[in-house]
Each structure stands twice: as structure tokens, then as C-alpha cells.
Design a protein around this ligand. Structure first.
Ligand code: ADP
Length: 238
């Protein structure tokens, strides 16, 4: 599917991590002593009721937030030892993000939406657009769809654009927060098949936060959170 190599795969270690928002009696414990090892090339779904700490965990792995205790290691690097600039570089080069809302620029074409992260990596706009077209083909969008703006695309197509944008920098780790939450079930299934292929064919490590058991079932392993703690960590029966 692409030239992703085993060397570019990214593992994650979460060790004794707690996260508390706010102070004293008014504080909320979002995560309580969570430990988790996700090997490079794994596909893990994170499930749990609303408020159980799923997004907090994803934000900590992304280095967008810092734990109150414990450590998070991504791609062999302890995030606490990296400055803000190094954390941003790690995010830009090694981590792709896909959200429930597609977060596309409405005035940009699909191709432009995918191309812009490459400019931050020093590519010329022309190179960036050529690579964006390749990433869009990889997710099954080609031809005139690349020139359309988000409003001229279906929800499923918009999510494909968002996935192409996440992949265009060839990250080893994809963090997906409810990526099928805004899609009908058939389109959601197509997007999940795409994620499965990225994992099995290209070796991208995927952490998928979802409420849906159908979505979780496409991961090889499911971790369930409740009240900020891991209550289940199981391999799928295959
Ligand atoms: P989930 O993604 O499973 O719905 P979250 O990680 O968003 O759960 O939230 C876990 C807990 O932390 C919830 O009680 C939530 O209200 C709280 N929380 C999350 N983010 C913040 C924040 N920025 N400030 C205060 N409390 C927060």
C-alpha cells in the first residue's frame, strides 16, 4: 500500500500513569495508575463508558497533555524528557490523528487539506500536492474527488481525506478517536476496513478509541477503562 517499513513502526508504554484535573476536593481523577504496553504494529481498541478516561489517555500518548504521575514513552522516548518543540516534532513526524469530526479546512480542496502538513516538514507545495494525491489514492479517493472541497464530499469521503492527511507524513502510530462516530454503519465499516489494512499491510500501530463493539472488534486487542482504570485487557478470539 505504501513504503511504510518496520523501522518506522511506533510502540507505546504507559507506566503507572495517573491524571487529575483540578485541585483538592473539586478535582477529578481521569486516570488512576494505568499501565499499558502497546507493541509496534499492534491494533488496540480502547473502550469504556463516557468519562472513563479514554480521551485523556489518548491525549497523554499524543503528548498534548502531561500526566500527574507516571510516564509515557512513545517510540522509545519518554515524553517528560522532551521539550515542547521536540514533542511537536514527534507528533508531526511519527503520529497521525483521526477524529470523529473530520476537522478539514472548508475552503481547501481535499488535496490541499492533505498537503499542508508536509509544508511544515519542508516540502515544496508542488511536492506536497503530489504526495497528497498519492495518500488520497491510498485511501481510495482519486480523480476529481481530490479537487472538491469538504462540503462537496460525503461524510465517508471526508473521513478518508482526514485519514489521508494523517497518513501523508507516514506516521508509525495512528491515534483515532471515534473515527466512525459520525458515519452510517456501512460507511463506518469501510473506514474500519481501511484502518485494518493500514495495520496489517503497512504495519501502522493503531490505537482506536470507540464506544462501538463492532468497531472495537476490528482490533486484535481491546482494553476497557472504567473510572480511569483498566478493567479488561483481552486479545480478540480469532
Ligand atoms: P472519555 O473519553 O472516556 O469520555 P475523558 O478522558 O474525556 O473520558 O474524561 C475522563 C474524566 O476526566 C471525566 O470525568 C471528565 O469530566 C474529566 N475531564 C476530562 N478532561 C478534563 C479537563 N480538561 N478538565 C477537567 N476535567 C476533565
Amino acid at each position: 500500500m505504501s513504503d511504510q517499513t518496520a523501522d518506522s513502526r511506533v510502540g507505546v508504554v504507559v507506566e503507572g500513569v495517573s491524571k487529575r484535573y483540578g485541585e483538592g476536593g473539586h478535582g477529578v481523577t481521569a486516570l488512576a495508575d494505568v499501565s499499558l504496553i502497546i507493541g509496534a504494529g499492534e491494533f488496540v481498541s480502547i473502550m469504556g463508558p463516557s468519562g472513563s478516561g479514554k480521551s485523556t489517555l489518548l491525549n497523554l500518548v499524543a503528548g498534548l497533555d502531561v500526566p500527574s504521575a507516571g510516564r509515557v514513552v512513545v517510540d522509545g522516548r519518554d515524553l517528560a524528557t522532551l521539550g515542547e518543540e521536540a514533542r511537536s516534532a514527534l507528533r508531526l513526524r511519527r503520529i497521525g490523528f483521526v477524529f470523529q469530526s473530520f476537522n478539514l479546512f472548508p475552503t481547501f480542496s481535499a488535496e490541499e487539506n492533505v498537503a499542508w502538513p508536509l509544508e511544515f516538514l519542508g516540502a515544496t507545495w508542488r511536492e506536497a500536492c503530489a504526495r497528497a494525491a498519492g495518500a488520497l489514492r491510498q485511501v481510495g479517493l482519486g480523480g476529481t474527488a481530490c479537487r472538491r472541497r469538504p462540503a462537496e464530499l460525503s461524510g465517508g469521503e471526508q473521513q478518508r481525506v482526514a485519514i489521508a492527511r494523517a497518513l501523508v507524513t507516514r506516521p508509525g502510530l495512528l491515534l483515532a478517536d471515534e473515527p466512525t462516530g459520525n458515519l452510517d454503519s456501512a460507511t463506518g465499516e469501510e473506514i474500519l476496513a481501511l484502518l485494518r489494512a493500514l495495520n496489517t499491510v503497512d504495519g501502522v500501530t493503531i490505537i482506536l478509541v470507540t464506544h462501538s463493539t463492532a468497531a472495537a472488534a476490528c482490533a486484535a486487542r481491546t482494553v476497557e477503562l472504567r473510572d480511569g482504570r483498566i478493567v479488561r485487557d483481552a486479545l480478540a478470539a480469532r
